[in-house]
Ligand binder design. Sequence first.
Ligand SMILES: NC(=O)c1ccc[n+]([C@@H]2O[C@H](COP(=O)([O-])OP(=O)(O)OC[C@H]3O[C@@H](n4cnc5c(N)ncnc54)[C@H](O)[C@@H]3O)[C@@H](O)[C@H]2O)c1
Length: 356
Amino acid sequence: MDSGIDIIRDDLREIAARAQTDIEFFDGKRVLVTGGAGFLMSYLVDLLAARAAATRHPPEVVVVDTYTAASSARLAHLTSHPQVSVREIDASTIEIDEPFDVVVHGASIASPVLYRRMPLRTLEVNALGTLALLRAFEKRRLDAFVVLSTSEVYGDPEPGDVPTPETYAGRVSFTGPRACYDESKRFAETLATTYFRSYGTPVRIVRPFNVYGPGLRPDDGRVVPDLAEAARRGDDLVLHSDGTPKRSFCYVTDFIVSFLRVVVRGQDGEAYNVGDDREEISMLELAERIRRVAKRPGRVIVQPSADSEYLVDNPQRRCPELSKLRELGGDMPRVSLEEGLARYVGWLAAEAGDAR
Ligand SMILES: NC(=O)c1ccc[n+]([C@@H]2O[C@H](COP(=O)([O-])OP(=O)(O)OC[C@H]3O[C@@H](n4cnc5c(N)ncnc54)[C@H](O)[C@@H]3O)[C@@H](O)[C@H]2O)c1
């Protein structure tokens, strides 16, 4: 059976083949990646590390992470990589006195379980972290300053606003239990666009829509790992809603291909939805699809969460409008939900050491 890292390597090969020219953009550049040990940004770090071995003008990557939501094991294979350094630094209070060409602010507390447990740390990394990074490059030249925002900036759109375009202003609670995440991401976007207007900072904002795949930890608390891990173990798949809320899920390779396009070809000061618009499915349907790809699936059951505020401000629907991303040209999402879920469940099984 493939190990977990082998499954990630297959994904990385797929991304490299699909996004070759965008990856070349990083040649010879110094890149700062906050949250670089996390699910999404570790793919970027791995891609740049691999690129470094393939060119005479290698990118150099500095990763900053507190391991609040990641394991140091994720990037352990890069410990002695000549072009990658990994530093345990809090992005909320970061001070930078060295030059970079590209900054990617991916650090955040994105797991709903964690941000409910650490609301102030969540506010800090999204708001103060973004401010600290923008300030550090106020008067310095940069090729790109990338902010990982979220589709949660849209809150709970009315049905007429789904699929949701970037121009939608959002229907978001700013005091509810999820506001520490949603509202601080909105503030991060306000900071970034204001720095673009004030200092010309080459800001590109990425709004990911429900990305999943290898590296998304089984205890993360988002719906795909919750259900997929239960299915892998042969436990019941527990829905904490009535199963009707809908989402559009994007496999990680499709996400990174689109993400790179925004970093390289996106316009300064602009925000881009990044996700998969091909299907919007209910949580009940998601659970059924996961059952189909798992080897020992349990039953799907509905059971209210022990957390009485679990569903407060939970959006009913989430689907991206992707015309703006399409206008940048290039490859759009192509991994089907079945294929992506199978790869993810395979990764969970490999990490857990399940027999084939
Ligand atoms: N995966 C998705 O579907 C999704 C959706 C919307 C937005 N996003 C955003 O994309 C980014 C990456 O998300 P992810 O899914 O990889 O989550 P993740 O939790 O795996 O990664 C976030 C990383 O940031 C680190 N971190 C947290 N606080 C930090 C701090 N103060 N200083 C330095 N590092 C810190 C964590 O340890 C973790 O490694 C986040 O900004 C997230 O909000 C992701």
